[in-house]
Design a protein around this ligand. Structure first.
Ligand code: GLN
Length: 305
């Protein structure tokens, strides 16, 4: 398997030249676009990897399934479903173009910015610092890595320049979807996006989702099957933003990407995969990352459809 992964890394590295690293967060623009890594945890718990899989990068939107999961664990699926819908928007992750009638909970989903920002309000905790601390604790538990932490420079960079997310949040507020102070909610969201991980961390997190909330390495039930189904279904339909349909067709399993260049792939009942390659396509998905997952899926026959 390691030979296969090494071959995939070698074959897919050049796809980086078809994309660009994210520029709208200044600290992401300084990343080396030629990094490529993959990490796979297989059905029997074996670990395989190739390339720059131990390089760290910020989770960015890959944290959205964790925000959704914690909101579900803390507030239950009825409240979550009432606040944020599950239909694909077919729009970019930071789209503004909602008509006056369309900015309702039903017209957003947990995998785009507005949905994730709104769901931060359903995480338990008297302050947004506490809510974030609980989210970080969940990320550490799912990844089996107590060292996970925030990249301060990316967090501050996004906090300083994240005016589009501010505007989206004030829209949520204007339409009555959130009540709390925007800056406090966003502070939690920006920190969440800035959690540093590597491909192994993503593969471990994905593997818990693949096993419906149970960590197969320890046997621990971290969350319910019901919540795993909720999150995995949302990943399948919306996890790759407005590239989710093409990804379903070409790769064929639930996944979540982030503008840091990471993607986690969840193969239900089977495996967790983490890939990293920072150059992004027009949807904000890692170009080489998607290509690596496509090749791996084809060779291993992983499409669930
Ligand atoms: N922090 C990023 C933002 O809010 C996350 C977006 C992403 O990864 N697509 O814009």
């Amino acid at each position: 398997m390691n030979t296969l992964l090494e071959q995939i890394v070698t074959d897919c590295g050049h796809y980086a030249s078809q994309g660009q690293v994210a520029h709208y967060i200044p600290q992401l623009a300084v990343v080396n676009p030629n990094k490529v890594g993959i990490y796979v945890i297989s059905e029997n718990g074996e670990n395989f990897h190739a390339g720059d899989c131990f390089d760290t990068f910020t989770m960015q939107s890959v944290v959205k399934p964790l925000i959704l999961l914690l909101a579900l664990m803390d507030s239950g699926s009825e409240k979550v479903r009432a606040l944020v819908g599950v239909e694909a928007t077919g729009k970019p992750f930071d789209a503004f173009n909602y008509s006056d009638q369309a900015l309702t909970g039903a017209n957003i989903n947990p995998m785009i910015n507005t949905g994730a920002i709104a769901l931060c309000t359903l995480i338990e905790g008297d302050t947004y610092d506490i809510k974030f601390a609980r989210l970080l604790e969940l990320a550490r538990k799912l990844a089996g890595n107590d060292e996970l932490d925030v990249d301060e420079s990316v967090y501050l960079s996004e906090k300083e320049t994240g005016n589009k997310n501010r505007a989206l949040s004030y829209m949520l507020k204007a339409y009555g979807l959130i009540d709390d102070p925007v800056e406090e909610i966003l502070d939690c969201y920006f920190k969440a996006c800035s959690i540093l991980v590597n491909c192994k961390d993503l593969a471990q997190i994905a593997n818990v989702f693949a096993h419906h909330g149970r960590n197969p390495a320890t046997g621990e039930e971290i969350f319910s099957k019901e919540f795993a189904r909720y999150v995995n279904a949302t990943l399948a339909t919306c996890g790759m933003y407005d590239g989710s349909g093409g990804f379903a067709l070409n790769v064929g399993f639930p996944a979540k990407s982030g503008v840091g260049g990471g993607i986690m792939g969840v193969i239900p009942n089977r495996m967790g995969i983490g890939v990293f390659a920072p150059a992004l396509d027009k949807h904000g998905n890692s170009v080489a990352g998607v290509e690596m997952l496509k090749r791996f899926s084809q060779v291993m026959d992983l499409s669930i459809y």
